[in-house]
Write a protein that binds this ligand. Structure first.
Ligand code: ZN
Ligand code: CU
Length: 498
């Protein structure tokens, strides 16, 4: 084999390059960790992959993951690789990986009983990933809730100037280490106690670094439009790009409000604010039950407005480490035979296990489609890597968009959908050299069958991998072959600007 030969060539695939451009048939050659040629490749290769009838696209980028600790605990990350994800953005919803002491509390909520090995700051976290790499790449957001918990005497209060200074120092450590932005989770403790001016103060630190502000907003129900306005104000005032996380209208009374919230996004963009959103393709949500109770979203909670509260059959326990017999059962089922309201059942469940995760049936299919069609919406799973019966979005998101919403329902075109999982995502989150099938780009690639691709993760079998994903390559190394994990772990920590 001569010096100029390639490591492998994928031949005759329908190439979807990540830009949104129409697919064309061609070959892709890879040497080392890079794509070296796209088109007709004549040079010899150590290996040829016959791909006629298959689509070849950039590896999917999950812009909304909660895999901060999963990448350390379960580095093969099958939940993501088997659906074609080659890069995870972690640190969403205000939950970050540093400082270690506060992050360890979050890690314990996801994976009870596992010890998070010590590291120092984001520099230490990213170095830990490089030392013992997972199968996919990891980019990190700094979590506002986590740095707030570390910086404040009493995080239930508003912050003082000194405390804001401490938060800013923690944020700057993250940005210097290569974090791609800052996330907030304004329904969760302690992020929910932050006033808008605290967030603007911190967001200003992003401007210099060219980093992104992402937000799980204060209210995704009747207050949706006000929340979108607040998020846009943060970006506009601080001069940074903003990303609305898992955009939705939650609760029957709020259905249809996404038309107005999307209009707000269009208006802001028209006056030059760089705002966009992401979405998971399901009508059910998932979070910690503690937040659902604290925000009084369940029937029987006095402050829940009419038509807004979730019924006992609309709230399902996903995962309880202490009471696994609850996994997959609704509050109505758990409370059957008692005289409890669903809210009272939820409080009893929480009293026995404060770390319970829940699934909430609260969005409309029309709204899901409306948000998906919006030209700025990216795809992110918001997958929660817990035990028990996690929301199926963890393992199904990307295949569900390409199967159900592209092929079966024609909500998006194939190239457009891939763009929202690859090229557009890489540009938005500053992931250089990723997201496109082009010479010189990293060889993060997925080969899939557009006729077969389908999500198979369900509430009762949430970890079932999708159908139709053939091969997945990360940094030029094959991680999935014929639908099976090869156990290779070629992932890297991605650092902004490097
Ligand atoms: Zn969230
Ligand atoms: Cu999230």
């Amino acid at each position: 084999m001569g010096e100029r030969s390639h490591d492998f060539v994928i031949r005759g695939a329908s190439i979807i390059d990540g830009s949104g451009a129409a697919a064309w048939t061609g070959d892709v050659a890879v040497r080392g960790d890079r794509i070296v040629a796209v088109g007709e490749v004549r040079e010899p290769a150590a290996r040829s992959v016959e791909a006629s009838g298959l689509a070849l696209s950039p590896g999917f980028i999950d812009v909304h993951s909660h895999d901060d600790f999963a990448v350390l605990f379960e580095p093969e990350m099958s939940a993501k690789l088997l659906q074609g994800v080659t890069t995870d953005v972690v640190g969403n919803c205000g939950l970050g990986a540093a400082p270690h002491r506060e992050a360890a509390v979050t890690a314990a909520a996801f994976t009870p009983g596992r010890m998070l090995a010590p590291y120092e700051g984001y520099a230490g976290y990213l170095a830990a990933i490089d030392r013992d790499p997972p199968s996919l790449n990891v980019a990190a957001l700094v979590g506002h809730g986590t740095i707030r918990a570390a910086a404040m005497e009493n995080p239930a209060l508003e912050s003082s100037e000194v405390e804001r200074g401490r938060m800013r120092a923690l944020l700057e450590e993250g940005l210097e280490a290569g974090a791609v932005g800052l996330s907030t989770g304004l329904i969760y403790e302690p992020g929910r106690n932050a006033r808008e001016d605290e967030i603007i103060f911190l967001a200003r630190a992003l401007a210099g670094a060219g980093a992104l502000y992402t937000s799980h907003m204060r209210d995704e129900s009747l207050g949706l439009v006000d929340s979108v306005r607040e998020t846009i104000r943060v970006g506009e005032t601080a001069g940074v790009a903003v990303q609305i996380s898992h955009h939705k209208a939650a609760g029957r009374a709020a259905w249809g409000m996404v038309r107005e919230s999307l209009r707000q996004i269009d208006e802001a963009r028209a006056r030059g604010v760089d705002v966009a959103a992401d979405q998971y393709p399901y009508t059910s949500a998932s979070t910690i039950l503690a937040a659902v109770v604290q925000n009084r979203w369940i029937e029987g909670a006095s402050a829940a407005g009419a038509g807004r509260a979730l019924g006992g059959d609309e709230v399902v326990i996903a995962s309880s480490a202490k009471h696994p017999e609850w996994d997959g059962r609704s509050l109505a089922e758990i409370g059957a035979g008692t005289h409890e309201s669903p809210f009272e059942t939820a409080r009893r469940v929480l009293a026995e296990d404060p770390a319970v995760w829940a699934i909430l049936h609260m969005m409309s299919e029309d709204d899901v489609r409306e948000v998906m069609r919006h030209p700025t919406t990216l795809i992110g799973s918001d997958g929660l890597p817990t035990g028990g019966k996690p929301h199926p979005r963890l393992c199904g998101t990307f295949a569900r968009v390409l199967g159900r919403y592209v092929r079966d329902e024609h909500v998006l075109g194939l190239e457009d959908a891939v763009h929202r999982m690859t090229g557009a995502s890489a540009l938005r989150f500053g992931l250089e050299g990723r997201g496109f099938v082009r010479p010189g780009f990293f060889a993060d690639l997925v080969l899939f069958d557009p006729k077969r691709i389908a999500d198979r993760a369900t509430p009762s079998d949430p970890r079932c991998p999708p159908d139709g994903i053939a091969n997945v390559f990360v940094n030029g190394v094959e991680v999935v072959r014929d639908g099976h994990h090869t156990h290779a772990r070629p992932g890297r920590a991605l650092r902004r600007g490097r």
